[in-house]
Design a protein around this ligand. Sequence first.
Ligand SMILES: Cc1cc2nc3c(=O)[nH]c(=O)nc-3n(C[C@H](O)[C@H](O)[C@H](O)COP(=O)(O)O)c2cc1C
Length: 358
Amino acid sequence: MDVARKGEFEKIIAAATAAPSGDNSQPWSFIVRGNVIEFHYRPELDHPVLNYEEGGTLIALGAALENAALEARALGFKPSIAYQEGGPCVAKMMLIAGGSLDAADVPLHAALEKRHSNRKAYKKAPLAAEHRAAIIDPRHIADGLALSLVEDPGAMAKVSRALTTMEETALGNQRLHELFFADILWSDEDNAKGKTGLHIKTLELPPPARAMFRLIKHWPVAKFLGRIGFPTKVAETNAAQNASAAAFGVISAARPDRAAYLDVGRTLERVWLVATARGLALQIVTGLTFLARAIEHDPSVAALFDDEERARVRHAYATIREAAGGAGEPILAFRIGESDPPTLITARRASEVRFASG
Ligand SMILES: Cc1cc2nc3c(=O)[nH]c(=O)nc-3n(C[C@H](O)[C@H](O)[C@H](O)COP(=O)(O)O)c2cc1C
């Protein structure tokens, strides 16, 4: 491959790796064979409890595919994507000459490097009609998926509290607690290296909450506080803060399978880029939908929880499904709205790319 072509493929892969992934796991690697980029996934890098059917990994790969397709078009290629049914290569992207960005995708491409998770408090302002129309544009939504926006304040309060059933459960469950705190990055050097995890600054905790956070990372402290209702207080506080967004979005799938998860990732990324291009902040808030589906379908996950925890999670998931209008199985939820910029941008590690012959 000539140097100029190699540089273009590297740009496309760099765009792919700017995609979101659960806890910044970056669960991907790439092999370039001729004019095809193979997208390989690495589910072992994702959460061992929440990643039911490797859904989280596949969603990250879907978002990476969407970014790569936008970059490829911007470079004058016509990308054609073929999903692969089994094995570690989840999709192949063939690049032929003669493509270009649609006018409507130009702002999405320009937003690619500016898309970040924003976990700050959002301003209490409704979604402008033109923003709403751009977000729910059917062009973003793959067949078999539905995107619902929940904007009514009463419904938002319910959805918000249902979603924070995640922290309520995680703070009271030793296994989830251990996994959550193992993934927190405390130093700026760790972020600069692009390590997997959530940097403490990206959690945007106000100073008193940050001090408390350092205490409850110790399980005996969390366990004690669990007995006096602390997890519920945290869930209520977070729910009130999250509900100040303009809307919650829920992406549901009629038939969740490998292709549908990839499509969820592609839809999510398009919506996020639209939001970014319009100056709107977005945060995925989806631990609960992942936990509920894992508990429902995977007995080894269900066994980590007692009856009360399982019932609480099931009830929260039903609330989200109802708010989303019952259109399939809710896979991923997010909040969207106006906010100040995030305190810290999450970095990426060097991407794993192999240029293979033939
Ligand atoms: C499948 C998936 C699930 C995620 N779940 C959450 C979540 O529940 N809460 C959250 O704040 N961020 C969540 N994220 C966002 C990631 O933490 C974030 O994308 C990653 O840390 C990289 O940061 P960036 O989005 O700023 O580039 C999720 C991302 C993906 C792809």
